[in-house]
Design a protein around this ligand. Structure first.
Ligand code: PLP
Ligand code: SF4
Length: 441
């Protein structure tokens, strides 16, 4: 474990939340030997993409003896490959010659706009309309589940370098996807009894105080047709003290108790990227405390190059979360936005990694589904590669679909070694569409 360079001497690890922003980057990087050119490249990346980490990630998760290959370092610290080489050079040149701020910002904006900030208009397409108004803080894509984006929960304890919500963290989100209109959310859910599941998400809703979170959760317990409440969060990985020593940690657990006592399923949809995130004792204590409330911890995360693109990493992650009483849920494919060129893994290789890991773990951990693309028509699962009638094809199916009639029907795409996303795929056997009602991306 490294020494706490930026903190006053203390007996144990600091349990007071403190985040680091791009201003702190130079100081943090003193822990490694970087050339001036490396430092400039890192600065260039953070001018375009968001950066935020915190004391816990820096002092307890990252193994500084393994940097720059350490997976948690790569999970939160910018790497030069995250920008296309010409963009990186251009931005580095501007910074090297101390170009005016306006010019730097204009260039950053221009580079961001080429990184597909709003992939396939997904957010826009999922916004429900209620009594003539668009409810921009909700998403309703699949009949039985509504996503809620609380206004105060649109940041995270640290930022993942591969984050698909990156535009909102650099102020480029033109879609105001957040709400504090709780009454209208309730009114919408009452008008839609087919919605049995709600998912409070972000950002990370657990950056909110328990008192604020409560204002979103408690009204859901008044609606009989809502049978489950999910909270999507990376706090177990990035700030487990949220469940142990934070001032309102006990209040949070009492809120969880209350949801469970209402007779509903409470799921903490925990984002985990690498088994290293499970090693500190405080994570295990946090998971134990959450489980004591009767909440179920379900684990999900994306497969990303250079961080967790090995069967060993996934097998350990799934086995270890299962041992700790959590349930592996989804393994995602990195979305077609931001630094996807750097973190994306071709579907062929992604499926091999999934299969190799899946084959190694106990049946208890084979609750996981993947690799899954959350694409325009729905959640597309890559089932594998097969040779059918002389043609090599991908076998796929939809786990979730806008059109429920398309769920769980096998379909086939032409084999393509380079494909990284659904929109790269073409129907196999010369067909014009994947299924009746399922068109090409
Ligand atoms: C993944 C997802 C859900 C939840 O799907 P489940 O299969 O029920 O976990 C709901 N809405 C959207 C937009 C999603 O991407
Ligand atoms: S926790 Fe989720 S929303 Fe937050 S930075 Fe990571 S991927 Fe993005």
């Amino acid at each position: 474990m490294s020494s706490a360079l930026h903190l006053a001497p203390h007996a144990g690890p600091s349990t007071r939340f403190r985040s680091f922003t791009p201003r702190d980057l130079d100081g943090l990087l003193q822990r490694m030997s970087l050339t001036p050119a490396d430092r400039l490249a890192v600065r260039a990346v953070t001018t375009v993409l968001p950066f935020r980490t915190n004391t816990y990630v820096v002092d307890q998760l990252i193994d500084w003896t393994a940097v720059p290959d350490d997976p948690i370092f790569r999970l939160t610290f910018p790497q030069s490959g995250m920008l296309p080489a010409p963009d990186l050079r251009r931005m580095a040149d501007l910074l090297a010659r101390d170009a005016p701020k306006g010019e730097v910002q204009r260039t950053a904006h221009e580079i961001r706009m080429r990184l597909n900030p709003h992939p396939s208009g997904q957010l826009d397409a999922n916004v429900p309309v209620h009594e003539g108004r668009r409810l921009t803080g909700l998403q309703h894509k699949y009949p039985e589940t509504v996503l809620i984006f609380p206004r105060q929960g649109q940041t995270c304890h640290a930022y993942c370098t591969y984050c698909f919500r990156w535009p909102q963290f650099v102020g480029e989100s033109d879609l105001r996807i957040a709400t504090d209109d709780i009454a209208t959310t309730s009114s919408y859910l009452r008008a839609h009894p087919e919605v049995s599941s709600t998912l409070i998400t972000g950002g990370d809703p657990l950056v909110m105080s328990t008192d604020v979170l409560r204002r979103y959760v408690e009204p859901l317990l008044e609606i009989d047709t809502v049978r489950s409440v999910r909270i999507g969060s990376k706090a177990l990985a990035f700030w487990p003290y949220r469940f142990t020593t934070d001032r309102d940690a006990d209040d949070l657990l009492r809120l969880f108790d209350k949801v469970v006592a209402s007779g509903r399923h409470l799921a903490l949809m925990a984002h985990f990227t690498h088994p290293q995130e499970l090693r500190p004792p405080v994570v295990r204590e946090a998971m134990r405390r959450v489980r004591c409330t009767g909440a179920v911890i379900r684990c999900q995360g994306p497969l990303v190059a250079g961080i967790n693109d090995s069967a060993e990493a996934w097998a350990e992650l799934w086995e270890e979360t299962t041992t700790l009483g959590a349930v592996p849920y989804y393994q995602f494919v990195e979305r077609d936005t931001g630094p996807q060129g750097y973190f994306g893994v071709p579907l062929v290789r992604g499926h091999q990694i999934f299969r190799d890991a899946y084959a190694r773990v106990s049946g208890l951990a084979r609750t996981v589904r993947g690799p899954v693309m959350s694409a325009m028509p729905g959640k597309v699962c890559v089932d594998g590669v097969a040779d059918i009638a002389g043609e090599r094809v991908f076998v796929l199916h939809l786990i979730q679909a806008r059109d429920p009639d398309l769920v769980d029907r096998p379909f086939f795409a032409a084999y393509d070694e380079g494909a990284t996303w659904f929109t790269d795929l073409k129907p196999a056997f010369g067909a014009s569409r994947f299924l009746p009602g399922l068109e090409v991306g």
